[in-house]
Design a protein around this ligand. Sequence first.
Ligand code: PHE
Length: 412
Amino acid sequence: KYPPSIDICGTQYPTDEVTNITPAIISKIPIRLHTQPAHPLSNLRSLIESHWPDFAHLSSFSPLVTPFKNFDELSFPKDHPGRSVTDSYYINKDLMLRTHTSAHEVEVFREGQSKWLLTADVYRRDEIDASHYPVFHQVEGAKLYESNSTGMKQLEQDNLRLEQYLAKSNIVIEDVANVSETNPVQERHDAVQAEMVARNLKLELNSLILTLFGGAREGAEGEEPLRVRWIEAYFPFTSPSFEVEVFFRGKWLEILGCGVIRQATLDTAGVQNKIGWAFGLGLERIAMILYSIPDIRLFWSTDPRFLSQFKEGEISTFKSYSKYPSCFKDVSFWLPENSGFHENDFCDLVRDVAGDLVEDIDAFVHPKTKRGSLCYRINYCSMDRSLSNEETNEIHKTVVSRLTNEFGVEIR
Ligand code: PHE
């Protein structure tokens, strides 16, 4: 299926048995939406950067990383599902597209940075719908304190200052996520220090959330107050760990993961006598809430009706322009036995043929049949023009024929 080598942004890379990166994905790599002036994702990055003016602001790291950097260096176990070819994009077995900005933690700490933000594009194989896209953007942030008495005095002062600041605000924060048996302080940490660091992490992120959502909601009369909640989480490279969710349109949306950095990560980076926290936040989810952007594909639109609505340094409400009609096409097929078929393979195939013309894919499975029979409904819809039935038919035909050729399925 792949030639011996593939071109990514002007460089040739050898392929092998794990190669699964597609042309549709490769074409996204040079775009770097988070650095395009006035783009909502770039505006949001700037807003977050100005919330922490004394942090280093980094945004030019290549998305091609070794699995070692993306996983091993961060203590991911060898059998972690994120490593599988169904979940991540591989150029070959030694090179992949980063699945999170945490992949750069060790190298940034090794450079000697102790307060930093890093913004980048990240890649995960996933289903297709209005809030999932295989390329999205994260901001990683971290802060380290000296674990001596000077450092701890500083930490205490910072916590007091942030507590006073937050006491004056009127954001509703639910926090039931505490250090516990299932979310422990690390063995190598002093419990008092670790709890102070976790406290600092929560205060810093709550004040960021206030900066991001507080302003946008001023004058939004009659609206429900913004609700934020902290819940216990697990990451291999932090402990204790937390997730933050925001209540939006009747649902809790996860916007970030964070925690107290595992000492092993700092050891690897050659950092001594320091303790600190890190977080990783998804820009798209937050931008969709702040700007009222209804569909994650819109971020990739080059339509002036989209782009002209945004100005550098401003958060404004997006006004939806009329949606073009959808065209639904079904495809049902039998799977050959032991096909190893994975839904993400199907989504990548459709995305490769139809690009952003597919809005979402619905799956109907028939578990009663003996052989695996699958049925998908593909919603074809352009964001900037009306698709003709002929064009949609052509695209769908290509999907069906590639499905037959590449997966050996039998169309019903
Ligand atoms: N990298 C994690 C993710 O993408 C988020 C995270 C970052 C968690 C830093 C803890 C610390 O889900």
